[in-house]
Design a protein around this ligand. Structure first.
Ligand code: NDP
Length: 249
């Protein structure tokens, strides 16, 4: 399967799941844009990894929650490369805390990055996709958007929101042959989950039928599926990559 000549932008491509998605897409011949917000060294490391699989890419710094910065940077990418054919809205943060004590700023930060960030980037990138009549947008949701989790009302709301966002956008853009889908990971070994102490990790494992946390590569494979020709007839869908932790839809 070759996606030679396609251009992708992966938000939050500097670490974790985003890095694995960059590497996986690059191995399929996609030119990958590695977005990051504050960690240029990590973004360069992703680019190095991209090169080790024979791929090519570039890094681009912007905050997905900053509408103006998104517009400016995505326009610059489109001006340089012609279009963004594949957009992976992956950038995400957590600001956990029980609702009774949750600061308004922690609600806003998570919603602005995880949900509005996907709106900002999709809106800025979609016009050339519409002209070309080809585009693939993948939003990275979470099992928490389906199961909920005490201490994560902000994160759960943003991740559930992405599912409704995906379905509505899928309906709007289907006529232009742009598919919009979600990947909803369970617990994946990245910096984000490294913050969890061992006891919590062991308790989580007990809830996973496959008995292990996932790897970023497990998630990247599902993103690649949506982008590949085999995924052409799928839109508005969510693929659950969680070791069986949640099986509903
Ligand atoms: P990491 O914490 O490992 O990496 C987060 C990435 O997002 C980094 O590249 C970071 O850039 C970037 N980022 C954060 N804020 C912004 C911003 N405002 N603008 C641009 N980039 C930003 O996260 P994961 O790889 O674990 O998670 C990736 C996605 O997957 C997230 O949306 C997360 O919610 C979701 N997810 C993760 C799960 C897990 O178990 N790990 C489970 C379910 C979903 P920088 O390096 O510059 O800080």
């Amino acid at each position: 399967m070759s996606l030679e000549g396609k251009v992708a932008l992966i938000t939050g491509g500097s670490r974790g799941i985003g890095r694995a998605v960059c590497t996986q897409l690059a191995s399929l011949g996609v030119l990958v844009g590695v977005n990051y917000v504050s960690n240029p060294a990590a973004a360069e490391q992703t680019l190095e990894q991209v090169k080790t699989v024979g791929g090519q890419g570039f890094t681009c710094q912007f905050n997905v929650a900053d509408t103006e910065a998104v517009q400016k940077n995505i326009k610059a990418i489109i001006d340089q490369y012609g279009s963004i054919d594949i957009l992976v809205n992956n950038a995400g943060i957590t600001r956990d805390g029980l609702m009774a004590r949750m600061k308004e700023s922690h609600w806003d930060d998570v919603l602005d990055t995880n949900l509005k960030g996907a709106f900002n980037c999709s809106k800025a990138a979609m016009r050339p996709m519409m002209k070309k009549k080809w585009g693939r947008i993948i939003n990275i949701s979470s099992v928490i958007g389906f199961l909920g989790n005490g201490g994560q009302v902000n994160y759960g709301a943003a991740k559930a929101g992405l599912v409704g966002f995906t379905k509505s956008m899928a309906r709007e853009l289907a006529g232009r042959n742009i598919t919009v889908n979600c990947v909803a990971p369970g617990y994946i070994v990245t910096d984000m989950t490294e913050e969890l102490d061992q006891e919590v990790q062991d308790a989580i494992k007990m809830q996973i039928p496959l008995g292990r946390l996932g790897s970023p590569e497990d998630v990247a494979a599902s993103v690649a599926f949506f982008v590949s020709p085999g995924g052409d007839y799928l839109t508005g869908q969510t693929l659950h990559v969680n070791g069986g932790m949640y099986m509903g839809n």
